[in-house]
Each structure stands twice: as structure tokens, then as C-alpha cells.
Write a protein that binds this ligand. Structure first.
Ligand code: MF3
Ligand code: CO
Length: 255
């Protein structure tokens, strides 16, 4: 079942989204060569407390995971695509870092992710990130009443495919609201005009993840959470929480 959110509920979700945007911005500013990932997780955790918000990720335990998620951030570096657990790893010059963060205010969730390079960037990595951001923007542009779920995936997928990137099979976005993960699944590839009809009050987390090597398969890290490229190539992941409104897309995790 897909619950339509009221204007009041969207306003609360916007508050959660504001916290998410603020924390992601602070993490990006803190992250530099030598910063360890646990320090970033602690920064995010402290900011959550100060905002009176709750982590969407910490203690989250889907049935496929070996243990509850231990952090408030996902920090996915280089060949990690998503769900990287923050460790004592110190960021190195040229690392491609994807940071995903979710927060709840009064039980309503916001979920977003950014990707960036620390230190001196390889232009190839910047292009991968820029393309993922273009994919996200194109997906968001399809979020309007009367469009279909397939329009979102199609817009994202053609951008990734045209660039020769992989799309990470069966991973993608999701409905979001009272729970971080709600129906429907929002694939990063699709057929225009097909699938669920979008209606005002629906809210989706849209999250392209592109892999440089062009492969769609992936593997799990030893921690059972981290999803890595199968060929060791780098990945970029970006995400926003977006509501369908009569006026089109409303990005609830915009800064
Ligand atoms: N944006 C990520 C997703 O929707 C957040 C994962 S949170 C975790 O999959 F707790 F599962 F790590
Ligand atoms: Co998400």
C-alpha cells in the first residue's frame, strides 16, 4: 500500500530533510585527506542529537543483513557502491567518497546521499559523480502527477547507460515516509509510460548509483553490509527524497 502524505506531513518530512541536508553538508566540509570515517559518523550523530532528530539507519536490521546497522552514516569509498559502514579508515588523497544519511523528525524520515572526491581528484571520478547527479536531476524532473514510475527509472537509466556505466542490478530508490523504506521500489532503469501512476502526496527516495566499470553485478564486503563493485571499479551514489505535488517535484532534502 502506498500512503499519500498530507501537506502537514510533507512539512514535517521537509524538517527531517533539512536536517539531512545540513548534516551532509557538514560531513562534506569535514572530510579531507586523513579524516577517518568514524569521525564523520560522530559528527553526524552529534548534529542529529542537537537537532532533536533520530537516525533512520542506526539499528536498522533488514532480514538479509547479518547485524543491525551500526552507524548513522553510510560511507562508501571508491569501489564501495552503497551501505559502507564507517570504520577507522582514513581518507586518502583522491578517494571517491559517497555519504548517505537518513533522519527522522516526529517519526517522518528523510533520506539523501552525496558523492565527492577528497584531495586531488581524477577527472574520470568527477565525471562519474557529475553523471550520477545528472541522472538524479533527470529522475526528479519526472516526479509529477500523471507520470509513471517507469518514467523516473527510464530518465536515470539512459543517462547511466549512455555514459557506459553499470547500474547495480535490483538496487535503487524506494518510497519513504513513516518508514525509511516503503513501497514502491524505484528502479534506476525503466520503461517510459509504464508502472505505478504518480499522485500528489507520494514521496520517493530517488538514488542512482553508477559504476565506472559498466557492470551491473556486485558483491558484498566481509561485513555483510557493504555493496562493492564486482570488478573493483569506482562507484558514485547520490540521492534525494522527493514529493509529488500538483506543482511538480518538491525536493524535501534540498539544502
Ligand atoms: N539510502 C540507503 C537505502 O535506501 C540507506 C541505507 S541505510 C542502511 O538503501 F541503514 F540500510 F544502511
Ligand atoms: Co535510500
Amino acid at each position: 500500500m502506498i500512503e499519500l502524505k498530507s501537506e502537514h506531513e510533507l512539512a514535517v518530512m521537509r524538517e527531517a530533510g533539512r536536517v539531512v541536508a545540513k548534516v551532509l553538508n557538514a560531513v562534506r566540509e569535514r572530510a579531507s585527506v586523513g579524516t577517518d570515517l568514524l569521525e564523520l559518523d560522530e559528527l553526524a550523530s552529534t548534529m542529529l542529537d542537537e537537532a532533536g532528530a533520530k537516525s533512520s539507519f542506526r539499528h536498522y536490521h533488514p532480514n538479509w543483513a547479518p547485524m543491525p546497522y551500526p552507524g548513522v552514516l553510510c560511507t562508501s569509498v571508491n569501489d564501495a557502491i552503497v551501505h559502507g559502514i564507517p570504520t577507522g579508515y582514513r581518507l586518502r588523497d583522491g578517494d571517491l567518497c559517497s555519504v548517505d544519511f537518513g533522519a527522522a523528525v516526529d517519526g517522518w524520515h528523510g533520506d539523501a546521499a552525496i558523492s565527492f572526491v577528497v584531495g586531488a581528484a581524477d577527472p574520470v571520478d568527477l565525471e562519474l559523480i557529475a553523471t550520477a547527479e545528472r541522472g538524479l536531476a533527470a529522475g526528479i524532473a519526472q516526479v509529477k502527477p500523471g507520470n509513471r514510475l517507469g518514467d523516473i527509472g527510464h530518465a536515470i537509466g539512459v543517462i547511466g547507460r549512455k555514459a557506459g556505466y553499470g547500474l547495480t542490478a535490483d538496487h535503487g530508490g524506494h518510497g519513504v515516509g513513516r518508514a525509511m523504506h516503503e513501497a514502491p521500489h524505484v528502479p534506476n532503469e525503466g520503461q517510459p509510460g509504464k508502472g505505478l501512476k504518480l499522485r500528489p502526496g507520494m514521496v520517493f527516495a530517488i538514488e542512482p548509483m553508477f559504476t565506472a566499470g559498466g557492470r551491473d553485478d556486485y558483491r558484498y564486503g566481509d561485513d555483510g553490509w557493504t555493496i562493492l563493485t564486482s570488478d573493483g571499479s569506482r562507484a558514485a551514489h547520490v540521492e534525494h527524497t522527493v514529493a509529488v505535488t500538483e506543482d511538480g517535484p518538491r525536493i524535501l532534502t534540498a539544502p
